[in-house]
Design a protein around this ligand. Structure first.
Ligand SMILES: NC(=O)c1ccc[n+]([C@@H]2O[C@H](COP(=O)([O-])OP(=O)(O)OC[C@H]3O[C@@H](n4cnc5c(N)ncnc54)[C@H](OP(=O)(O)O)[C@@H]3O)[C@@H](O)[C@H]2O)c1
Length: 346
């Protein structure tokens, strides 16, 4: 019997909050269609659950990001191994990072999509997607390049206990900043203070964020690294220091709903404060990823970065694990391993 290809499809576009019956499980024969020039077939090994995938489940209409067609596997970043290739730069056995989809075997590459990249030897599939993967790399360039972070400045990070946020906050400490983290609930706030060494924490679920920012950042916020948007972005705008920088990394507070993200209301404050607000994508820095991984490895080896990972095991776990991003149920980088070779380093 031919090997089965398990898939999770988008059955319905979420209306309001994501529901498990927006997804459909299916088993189909392993794909065998001839590969077009530049394409390759990969065996997915570890998927990153990225919050922005929830945006991709919305109807088409926003030209800046893709919309997953109904009845098709959920688009997702993954690391995997090439099993068949019609691309001269990749051969069977190569380990790659790819813009892939929730199935055992995906066809990636070709002209229309972001090119896969090879993983370096010596890093497991899990670490390539987690500890040294997209989220920590995003935090590195978002804070240092977009935020132009400087020693002695005050940094505030929202979504601070998450994968991207906890890395940004700790890089801020390494660079000599005073760092305040905003997160949901006492456990996450205690972890940020006690394990990550932040100077101040705000529990947005039980505290008045704007008032607490004013108290904890008496000279104003020099860099606000924002993963959340909405009311938390507004509270930070109201507390920015002159010539401050707002790094728009994400807007997770609006992803799992039908509503558009709310922008700040008092933009004159940005004008009079000469404050810069800038969005960015991790992919903008693809040519410099090695630089980030080199520093992240050195800081990890020196015990200067505490890393938390939420690793789920099993293809069946994909939808339920993904949904925890929007309830705050994940503790650190949310990964799902779907193949026994996830620990392989070459
Ligand atoms: N620009 C880029 O290239 C790029 C790349 C990677 C990630 N991102 C963005 O970075 C952000 C974090 O992503 P991640 O993968 O690192 O996930 P994460 O922070 O590890 O997990 C998501 C966290 O967001 C918080 N959250 C969920 N709903 C919220 C709400 N309504 N209000 C406030 N907080 C909420 C929850 O933490 P609490 O328990 O604290 O609420 C949850 O644990 C996302 O906005 C994502 O889109 C951007």
């Amino acid at each position: 019997m031919a090997e089965v290809n398990r898939q999770w499809l988008l059955r319905a576009r979420p209306s309001g909050h994501l529901r498990m019956d927006d997804f459909e499980y299916r088993e189909v024969p392993m794909p065998s269609a001839p590969l077009a020039a530049g394409e390759m077939r990969i065996r997915n090994v570890v998927f990153l659950c990225a919050p922005t995938m929830r945006n991709w489940m919305d109807p088409p209409g926003n030209s800046f990001y893709p919309s997953i067609p109904l009845g098709q596997p959920i688009f997702a970043p993954s690391v995997g191994r090439v099993v068949e290739s019609n691309n001269p730069d990749f051969k069977p056995g190569d380990r790659v990072f790819a813009f892939s989809s929730w199935q055992d075997y995906s066809t990636v590459g070709g002209a229309a999509v972001r090119a896969p990249t090879k993983l370096v030897d010596g890093i497991s599939f899990v670490d390539a997607m987690g500890r040294y993967g997209l989220n920590p790399i995003t935090a590195y360039f978002g804070l240092l390049d977009v935020g132009a972070a400087q020693a002695g400045e005050t940094l505030v990070v929202s979504g601070a206990a998450g994968s991207t946020g906890s890395t940004a906050a700790q890089i801020g400490k390494i660079k000599g900043m005073t760092v305040v983290g905003i997160a949901g609930g006492p456990e996450k706030c205690a972890w940020l203070k006690n394990d990550c060494g932040l100077d101040g924490v705000i529990d947005y679920k039980s505290e008045n964020v704007e008032a607490r920012l004013a108290a904890l950042c008496p000279k104003g916020i020099d860099v606000f690294y924002d993963n959340v948007g909405g009311d938390i972005l507004q509270a930070a705008v109201n507390n920015m220091a002159p010539r401050g920088r707002i790094v728009l990394c994400g807007q997770i507070s609006s992803y799992d709903s039908d509503a558009q993200a709310q922008g700040p209301r008092n933009m004159m404050r940005l004008i009079y404060g000469s404050i810069r607000m800038q969005g960015f994508l991790c992919g903008n820095y693809a040519a410099r990823f090695d630089e980030a991984v080199r520093d992240l490895k050195a800081w990890s080896a020196a015990g200067r970065i505490v890393y938390r990972e939420d690793l789920h095991d099993g293809f069946d776990k994909l939808p339920s694990a993904f949904a925890t991003l929007f309830s705050g149920g994940n503790q650190g980088t949310l990964l799902v391993q779907v193949d026994a070779s996830a620990a392989d380093t070459r």
